[in-house]
Design a protein around this ligand. Structure first.
Ligand code: CA
Length: 306
C-alpha cells in the first residue's frame, strides 16, 4: 500500500534530478561617467579630450551581447537576456540619452540588462559591445547585425542606430557638442563631434541572403574580473574614451570618427578602446579586433552603484 502511494511521485522526482539547475533573475546596471561625474543630457561635461573641452551630450547609446557571469572557478555562465523592448535575440541596447537638452535621440532610456542565470556564486562579468552576426529567437537562428531595421524587432529597429544592411548596426553612438563647436578642415564650423563604431570592410549581399564577411568586426569584448551585480555597476568613462582626441577639431573624412580605417580622427579613440584599426603587424589578421582578452579595458570599469 505504502509503495503504491509513492509510485506516482517517483517519475516526478527523477525528472527534477535530471533537469537544469534552478535559475534566478539577475540585473546588470550600467552608468555613463566622465571620470567621477555622472553624464546627463543638458549638463556640461568638463575637461574632455586633449583640448580640455567643455561639451554637452548629444547622443549615447550602445549595443551589448554575449553577457556572461564568471564563477569563482573562472567558468563563464551565459546570462539569458529577457525579451523586452530593449533586448532581443541575446542583444541589448543601453541608452543614456532622453531627447532633452542637446540630446537628439528618443525619450526612453535603458541602463540595465535583465535576465536569468543558474544559481551560483559569481565574482565577475563578461560582455561584448556590438551586435553579433546571428542570434536566436525562440531557438531559431536569426540574422541580427545585417538585417532590415524596419523588419527586425526592437531594439534592432532603430534606423538611427544603423548604416546600411551591408554595413549593419552602429554598435556605439556617442555624440558630443563642444561649447566652442568643431572646426572642420574646410574652416567651416560644425556643432557635433560624432563617434560611431560598427563593422567595416563588409562584403556579401544581405538582401539576397548571402553570408556577410567584414574585414574589421570592431566588436569589443570586455571582462571585469571582479564584479558584483548587486552592489556594482559597469561604467563607461567618456574621459578615458576621448583622452587622446581633440573634440573641437575634425581632421577630415567623416565628422568625428565613424570607424573609417583612414579617418585621422579614429586612431585616438581606437587606441583607448584597444582596437586595432589595421593589421598590426601586417598579415596578423587582427584588424578590427582588440589586443588582449578584454580584461585590460581603459574605458569600462566596475564601481559601486550610485
Ligand atoms: Ca574625421
Amino acid at each position: 500500500m505504502r509503495l503504491l502511494k509513492l509510485m506516482p511521485i517517483l517519475p516526478l522526482a527523477l525528472a527534477a534530478c535530471v533537469s537544469s539547475p534552478p535559475e534566478r533573475p539577475v540585473g546588470i546596471s550600467f552608468g555613463l561617467m566622465a571620470a567621477d561625474k555622472p553624464v546627463a543630457c543638458g549638463e556640461a561635461i568638463l575637461g574632455l579630450g586633449t583640448a580640455g573641452s567643455s561639451a554637452k551630450l548629444s547622443d549615447a547609446r550602445f549595443y551589448v551581447h554575449d553577457v556572461e557571469l564568471i564563477g569563482r572557478d573562472g567558468k563563464r555562465v551565459p546570462v539569458t537576456l529577457s525579451r523586452n523592448d530593449w533586448q532581443y535575440g541575446g542583444v541589448a541596447l543601453l541608452d543614456f540619452e532622453n531627447g532633452t537638452g542637446a540630446c537628439r535621440g528618443t525619450p526612453g532610456t535603458n541602463t540595465k540588462l535583465t535576465g536569468l542565470v543558474p544559481e551560483g556564486d559569481y565574482r565577475g562579468l563578461a560582455f561584448v559591445i556590438g551586435v553579433p552576426v546571428t542570434g536566436h529567437d525562440e531557438g531559431k537562428a536569426v540574422r541580427l547585425n545585417h538585417s532590415n531595421p524596419t523588419a527586425t524587432p526592437a531594439p534592432l529597429d532603430l534606423v538611427a542606430m544603423g548604416w546600411t544592411w551591408l554595413a549593419g548596426r552602429k554598435f556605439v553612438k556617442i555624440e558630443l557638442d563642444p561649447e566652442k563647436g568643431v572646426s572642420k578642415q574646410s574652416g567651416r564650423p560644425a556643432p557635433t563631434w560624432n563617434f560611431h563604431l560598427g563593422s567595416t570592410g563588409c562584403s556579401g549581399d544581405p538582401v539576397k541572403g548571402e553570408a556577410i564577411a567584414c574585414t574589421n568586426p570592431n566588436r569589443i569584448p570586455v571582462v571585469l574580473s571582479n564584479f558584483n551585480s548587486d552592489t556594482q555597476q559597469v561604467v563607461l568613462d567618456l574621459k578615458q574614451l576621448f583622452a587622446n582626441t581633440d573634440i573641437e577639431k575634425d581632421g577630415g573624412m567623416a565628422l568625428g570618427c565613424m570607424s573609417g580605417v583612414d579617418d585621422p580622427d579614429c586612431p585616438g579613440i581606437f587606441g583607448q578602446i584597444g582596437l586595432n584599426m589595421k593589421e598590426t603587424p601586417s598579415g596578423a589578421g587582427n584588424a578590427g579586433r582588440i589586443n588582449g582578452d578584454g580584461t585590460n579595458s581603459r574605458i569600462f570599469r566596475a564601481e559601486t552603484k550610485r
